[in-house]
Design a protein around this ligand. Sequence first.
Ligand code: ADP
Ligand code: TRP
Length: 327
Amino acid sequence: MDTTKPMRILSGIQPSGALHIGNYFGMMKPAVELQARGECYYFVADYHSMTSLANADERRHNSFSVALDFLACGLDPKQSVFFRQSDLPEVTELTWIIGSLTPMGLLERAHSYKDKLAKGVAPNFGLFAYPVLMAADILLYDSNLVPVGRDQKQHVEMTRDIAIKFNQTYGETFVVPEPAIREEVATVPGTDGQKMSKSYGNTIEIFGGEKAMRKRIMSIVMDSRTPQEPKPDADRNIVIQLLKLVAPKEVAADFENRLRAGGLGYGDLKKALFEHYWNYFAAARARRAELAANRDYVDQVLRAGAERARAVAGKVLTRARKASGLA
Ligand code: ADP
Ligand code: TRP
């Protein structure tokens, strides 16, 4: 890597439903913190959402909503380039260029694709090609670092394989990126103990309503041990794991110790989780309400972001076209 250039950091998030605290701790918070470390390019991956959502109004609504969420959570559009993926259709051309060098076998091994097939999702071309579009997102901006949760790690590894193959075939063209994964929050558990995911109905939304989120937290299923019983496996309790994300360290450790020793009921533990979760996002909630009342500002941020993104994308695409004999 050329150390005289600032590090280029890039990530995207799909507007396929309401964002949850797994998205926040796994991707958004690290992405926001990385703003101090390099030039960041963050975007709303609306092309990607087409592989799972076929409702235009919902996509428009979710795209705006995700933009509000990200801005409310600390994305600073003065520091970072924030844009909507589809405002740069250049990425679809690059998808074709690199797709023709992507072996079928590589795509067939993608965990996220195989998981969706196993769940009975009827696969379409877009779903199969999903990792190629994601590779194009990453390569189009000469990205060095890609902050994501663990479930996206394989997609970044596929991007590396594709970039290396292109460089070998057509000459040095693309920067080979690295994933940035925070081990302590790599997979945030959902209310059912599986990975928290928009598609599993097990989420705690970042900006969910107070009543609904209290209900969701209070209905997390626990085992049938009595409050008095000591619980040596307290560290594996989902509520404790979630509390560690939203409560001060000492507070979470104290609850964990009380649960381990016996005498703390699950109801009280869940109430504590709700209170800490609600306070944790209070400032962001207020910022989000302000932004939501100022739609023009958000639209203008995305438009300006697309313009800045285009300056880089144009150069890289030209480089790839020339290298592959298109220009
Ligand atoms: P979902 O599974 O809810 O549809 P996405 O696939 O849109 O989430 O993921 C958006 C970002 O959030 C990705 O970087 C992903 O790795 C991260 N992420 C999603 N769920 C979790 C989770 N439970 N724990 C940690 N990170 C997550
Ligand atoms: N596939 C990612 C997800 O579901 C979203 C995404 C699209 C992305 N393009 C990207 C993430 C490029 C990082 C880099 O979370």
